[in-house]
Design a protein around this ligand. Structure first.
Ligand code: HSE
Length: 446
């Protein structure tokens, strides 16, 4: 009989617990042991570590050896592969992975924060030690997008990779649009349902998406993974009227991570994005994730599925272990670290595309002429203009106190540059014809 792959697991939270259960279920019935059949050898959980042994007892799994620390488990002589599911971009996860690779153990991790920050150094260490460093679970949960990019398209060159990489944000946006609720109400709801963290900043301000995008950009375009190269805007400034107006104009607003090849290099950006209603990505609602791979010489491929949760993430972890059991070892970012190009932050001023602009126009003669003049000065051409009535006031009327309140105006531009939009809006604001700050949302075409 072929020797099993012996696994040490660090971290017994939602994902760690699901991995432990999945491995033991597979292990418990030799005839139905699909994993062993597919890998040619069993995968056996032999040791775990967690903050307390009681975490293992509470899981209801068959007890395995409990090791006192991640560092001790990482170099444990009995294990062949070390699974890191503790999270956090620093220690103990980082030093445990380094120790495991240094000791010749292959590593599986779901830790996007650690990979985004230290992925290049860890990949170099894995290369030197001849071990695998697998991280399918770090991006988009059960969707096998890491493997798809790393191994599924070895001969293709992508122009753009983009997707919904944060289920919390997609849930909030779906609810804001469907129920016409405010961002704050939907966030509270997401927190109650356990989708959003107690401190939701990381999700809703786009940082979680940025870390995942940096990993995908490295795999797709061969640049060094670098979260600081990603331009980031979150969804907290969106209002229900933006989602409503987008739908009327044939779009839906999604928080997208987009990595695209441009003349200036690989542009990586995370921001609320208007996507055409008929695009596959627009149809992805709720906590679901999706990734579109575009430009390989055929129409885009879109992968859709659950991006978080114990079962979805454990599926990806076990897939990574299966590769190690089979003896398959891809380079972590699909090529040698020496072949990864340096990355730099997207020059967003030069970003080109269409824009949605929502202004609160002051109701007096000449307002539109002023707006139109400054747009024309920057060579910005308009695809649509929608003027809405002021809330609660008949057109041409006034507020109860007699003052004219501003009226919402929505503009959709043809392709222009970020620089032109920013300059025109600065001038329009300086002329006093709008109240408050403009809402600006970039449009991503199919
Ligand atoms: N917080 C993430 C999300 C899941 O909402 O999609 C973990 O990456």
């Amino acid at each position: 009989m072929v020797a099993p792959l012996k696994v040490g697991l660090a971290g017994l939270g939602t994902v760690g617990g699901a991995v432990a259960r999945l491995l033991q279920q597979q292990d418990s019935n030799a005839l139905a042991n699909t994993l062993a059949v597919r890998c040619g050898r069993p995968i056996e959980l032999v040791a775990v570590t967690a903050r307390a042994k009681s975490e293992m007892d509470a899981l209801g799994i068959r007890p395995v050896r409990f090791v006192s620390s991640p560092a001790a488990l990482a170099t444990d002589p009995e294990i062949d592969a070390f699974v890191e599911l503790m999270g956090g971009e620093g220690d103990p996860a980082k030093s445990a992975i380094e120790a495991a690779l240094g000791a010749g153990k292959s590593v599986v991790t779901a830790n996007k924060a650690l990979l985004a920050r230290h992925g290049v150094a860890l990949a170099a260490l894995a290369e030197r030690s001849g071990c695998a460093l697998n991280f399918e679970a770090a991006v988009a949960g059960a969707i096998p997008v890491v493997k798809t990019l790393r191994e599924g398209f070895a001969g293709n060159t992508f122009e753009r990779v983009y997707g919904i990489l944060n289920g919390t944000c997609n849930y909030i946006l779906s609810r804001m649009e469907g129920e016409k609720l405010s961002f704050a109400d939907c966030l509270r709801e997401a927190q109650k349902l356990g989708y959003a963290e107690a401190d939701p900043t990381f999700d809703v301000e786009g940082f979680d998406t940025a870390q995942k995008l940096a990993i995908l950009a490295s795999l797709a375009f061969g640049v060094q993974v670098d979260p600081d190269a990603v331009y980031v805007e979150g969804i907290s400034s969106l209002a229900p009227e933006d989602l409503e107006a987008a739908a009327e104009l044939g779009y839906r607003i999604k928080l997208l991570g987009v990595a695209v090849r441009t003349e200036q290099g690989i542009e990586q950006r995370v921001h609320p994005t208007m996507v055409p209603l008929d695009s596959p990505i627009a149809r992805v609602m709720g906590v679901t994730n999706a990734v579109s791979l575009d430009g390989a010489g055929f129409p885009p491929i879109t992968l859709v599925g659950p991006g978080a949760g114990g079962a979805a993430t454990a599926s990806a972890v076990v897939t990574d272990l299966a590769d190690i059991a089979r003896g398959v070892r891809a380079m972590p970012f699909g090529r040698s670290v020496a072949q990864l190009a340096g990355s730099r932050r997207a020059p967003m001023q030069r970003h080109e595309g269409g824009y949605y602009i929502r202004l609160q126009a002051v109701d007096r003669p000449g307002t539109f002429a002023t707006i139109a003049r400054h747009l024309a000065d920057e060579q910005i051409s308009l695809e649509s203009i929608v003027q809405r009535r002021r809330n609660g006031a008949p057109h041409g009327g006034s507020d109860p106190d007699g003052a004219q309140s501003p009226a919402p105006v929505i503009l959709i531009t043809y392709a222009t540059t970020e620089d032109a939009v920013r300059k025109a809006l600065r001038e329009i604001k300086n002329r006093g014809v709008i109240a408050g700050n403009p809402q600006v949302i970039r449009i991503e075409k199919n």
